[in-house]
Design a binder for this molecule. Structure first.
Ligand code: AKB
Length: 315
């Protein structure tokens, strides 16, 4: 079995993807790394190591010593956090990707996974059913770094044959980790407030529609893409990916059917402008055509599943 390295394994996507990878490759062949030692404790089903992706020597050493063949590079500063420290976000998001791509080239690694985002789109992008190919003028540092990252991925594939694969995730919603500094993370927090019996204050207005996806679908899409035969992966920048779209009002209403006393109010802040620059919905027909992508969860099904599991989930 190939050795798989996950960088940023304890994050929102990482913790669930790491479990799925360990199920496939085995705990001994799955190496979960994160900069935060404590956060690795919950990943005791596989090998773990504290790692700062900016420490190039340490990453290279680990890859060589452990005979790593695939890297899932998930460490990144997300949209809302990025706006608070743009230069740091650019530095971390870009430098780390370029280094991993170089390492993949030098060490002839088998495959690299790197997540992109709907943040690559901007205010001049068509908002509804946003196509794979269209104007992209992102106006957040996170979006700019993802757009540049996509170009670098395609470049390394075309010039050096690095087998790098990527998805433009919509907002990801899971109950196994806490919100992580993203604009779409209100849709994670809202479930926690509902089960705690608290009032929810939304930082987006009631009618702000954003593309969203439940974590099991995101994990499935990632693994489907990574396991697709090379010749089926025809887009080497990043694939549009979609499951559902809803507004804060609609997710609130879906929760209210289970928690009738739940209440919400709206106080848009700086994240409203970020959300307004992103699409309402995404056309992911290329992913469906090329490697058979199909989602399973809509809003109602996701809410039912989260409210069934979150109350007894321990962090
Ligand atoms: C964010 O909100 O920053 C992320 C994303 C859409 O990439 N969840």
């Amino acid at each position: 079995m190939e050795r798989v390295l996950i960088i940023g394994a304890a994050g929102q996507l990482g913790s669930e993807l790491t479990q799925a990878l360990a199920n496939i490759y085995g705990g001994d062949n799955t190496i979960a790394t994160d900069i935060n030692p404590q956060s690795l404790e919950k990943l005791d089903f596989c090998k773990t190591s504290v790692l700062d992706v900016m420490d190039k020597n340490a990453v290279r050493k680990l890859v060589k010593e452990e005979n790593v063949k695939q890297i899932y590079h998930l460490a990144a500063v997300l949209s809302a956090t990025g706006e608070k420290n743009p230069l740091f976000a650019w530095h971390l998001n870009m430098e780390s990707l370029l280094f991993i791509l170089e390492l993949a080239k030098e060490e002839k690694l088998d495959k690299i996974y790197w997540p992109s985002s709907i943040a690559v789109f901007g205010p001049n992008t068509p908002k509804v059913n946003t196509p794979q190919y269209c104007v992209k003028e992102p106006n957040t540092v996170y979006g700019i770094s993802k757009q540049a990252g996509e170009r670098w991925c395609e470049y390394y594939f075309q010039k050096f044959g690095v087998d790098v694969r990527s998805l433009r995730y919509p907002g990801l919603i899971g109950y196994k980790s806490l919100p992580g500094g993203g604009t779409t993370d209100y849709a994670v927090d809202i479930y926690h407030k509902a089960i705690a019996g608290e009032h929810f204050v939304s930082f987006l207005s009631e009618d702000t529609y954003l593309p969203m996806m439940y974590m099991p679908d995101a994990i499935k899409a990632t693994l489907d893409l990574m396991h697709a035969p090379k010749e089926k992966v025809l887009i080497r920048s990043s694939y549009n990916l979609s499951a559902m779209t809803f507004s804060p009002k609609e997710i609130f209403e879906s929760i209210k059917t289970h928690y009738p006393d739940f209440t919400i109010s709206y106080q848009p802040d700086f994240r409203q402008a970020i959300a307004d620059s992103w699409p309402d919905s995404i056309d992911d027909s290329k992913a469906r055509e090329h490697w058979g992508w199909k989602h399973a969860y809509d809003l109602e099904k996701m809410t039912g599943d989260i409210l069934k599991h979150l109350p007894s989930y321990s962090f």
